[in-house]
Design a protein around this ligand. Structure first.
Ligand code: ADP
Ligand code: MG
Length: 426
């Protein structure tokens, strides 16, 4: 009693007769320590990230960690691969033109034999087309029947191939009957010194202007014919691109396909910035160019050739139907193969981090108000003293309120495209 009074820190009358000044001060200090426990601050981020990861999975967006979730909110550029990402990846051959007087059947057998060992979607389209050309009219009785008949047919029908090599971004080359066959794009044919006749060239340009991919074939050093392949665009592609622009994100298309086809496709879906005839390694360079000024770049792709770019991007998003390597290299997997999920992924990230900011605000505001009260700031005026048990209850309540605020994310609804298109960016 005497000491308190001597120091003049507070009047002796504050301390009740059954207590002493040490206990009196200790009560305040315990309350302060309990209230100031930073549980709520610690919970603000991990709880929100955990809830968001689950919510994303429910909507078909798998997130591989909090870092990726955080980066997606700030995306400035989004780079799309063309084949299999913006398009359905279901290429079909629409045109075949033979220029050498060779029989169409022989031409198709030759091309199909060369493509049989390739894993490229275009190769698959060519094989299916050639198969149907030969066996048209024989309706299969079941899926297994188709498979078996294909295997039987191919084993008898396809020609023997030697020295096969797949040239990424260009096509394939191999030996058939001891002669070199090249199947691929212009670059492959002209690199090998094969001359493309003018008639074929103008036919090719026509196809490319109609968003088809031309595949050229040279055999034994001579140009023998070409095929046109089309891959329909995903239905939602154009609306998603428009939606991304409304969200303030700049869309870009990158592809290994030729310039004319790429520009025709880009025009159809409303992308102005196109990088075509890009080799697989070049796709990662395109990402780095956009990253140079510190922008956050996202890449959406599906193929093996997209993997370096998916890994180089700040946010890599792989289409679920894509190759395993692409899925492995990406931070996000869009399981439903629907481009709308690109918008969902970015929107979820934005909502999650605005929730985290609210969580911090709650936790901080709470401490700013409660700590002075626990320290006895109101005691001289109102006699209000927060006992440690009440401080404990308040502390628990602040943690619970932050967790509840994070759980509100479970009510997340993915943006409807019509709503996204109404958003105007200030
Ligand atoms: P994308 O970037 O659009 O996925 P790729 O890099 O896989 O394209 O291929 C680029 C181009 O190379 C194709 O548009 C095609 O012209 C040619 N090409 C690649 N592989 C093959 C193949 N197996 N058969 C024919 N052409 C091919
Ligand atoms: Mg692709």
């Amino acid at each position: 009693m005497f000491v308190c009074g001597t120091l003049g820190a507070y009047p002796n009358s504050w301390v009740s007769e059954t207590s002493n000044c040490f206990v009196f001060s200790l009560m305040f200090s315990i309350s302060v320590v309990v209230i100031a426990c930073p549980c709520a601050l610690g919970l603000a981020t991990p709880t929100a990230v955990m809830v968001a990861t689950g919510v994303g999975a429910n909507h078909g967006v798998l997130v591989k960690g909090g870092d990726a979730l955080e980066r997606a909110q700030n995306v400035n550029y989004i780079i799309f691969d063309k084949t299999g990402t913006l398009t359905q990846g279901k290429a079909t051959v629409t045109t075949t033109k033979v220029f050498s007087g060779m029989d169409v059947g022989d031409f198709l057998t030759l091309v199909a034999s060369a493509e049989a060992s390739s894993e490229h979607p275009l190769a698959k389209a060519i094989l299916d087309y050639a198969f149907h050309f030969h066996f048209f009219g024989k309706l299969p009785s079941s899926k297994d029947d188709v498979k078996k008949r294909k295997e039987d047919a191919f084993s008898q029908w396809l020609l023997e191939v030697a020295d096969f090599s797949a040239l990424p971004g260009k096509g394939v080359q191999c030996l058939i009957n001891g002669k070199m066959i090249l199947v691929g794009n212009r670059a492959l044919i002209s690199e090998n010194g094969v001359n493309i006749p003018e008639e074929a060239e103008s036919f090719l340009v026509d196809m490319e202007l109609n968003a088809k991919t031309g595949i050229l074939v040279a055999y034994d050093g001579n140009f023998i014919g070409l095929m046109g392949v089309t891959d329909p665009l995903k239905r939602e592609a154009a609306v998603v691109i428009e939606g991304l622009k409304k969200m303030g994100i700049y869309p870009v298309m990158v592809t290994g396909d030729n310039w004319r086809t790429a520009l025709a496709v880009a025009k159809e879906i409303g992308i102005e910035d196109v990088r075509a005839e890009v080799m697989p390694a070049g796709k990662a360079d395109v990402i780095r160019i956009f990253q140079k000024d510190g922008s956050v770049v996202a890449m959406v792709g599906d193929g093996i050739n997209d993997s370096p770019a998916l890994a180089a991007a700040d946010v890599g998003m792989a289409i679920g139907a894509g190759t395993d390597i692409a899925i492995e290299a990406a931070d996000y997997v869009l399981v439903r193969n629907n481009l709308e999920d690109v918008i969902t992924a970015i929107d979820l990230s934005r909502k999650t981090f605005s929730r985290i900011r609210w969580n911090y605000f709650f936790a901080m505001a709470y401490n700013i108000v409660a700590i002075p009260v626990a320290a006895g700031a109101l005691f001289p005026f109102t006699g209000l003293q927060m006992p440690p048990w009440l401080a404990g209850a308040c502390m628990a309540f602040s943690s619970v309120s932050v967790v509840c605020s994070s759980l509100l994310l479970r009510r997340y609804r993915k943006p409807r495209l019509t709503t996204v298109l109404q958003i105007t960016v200030e």
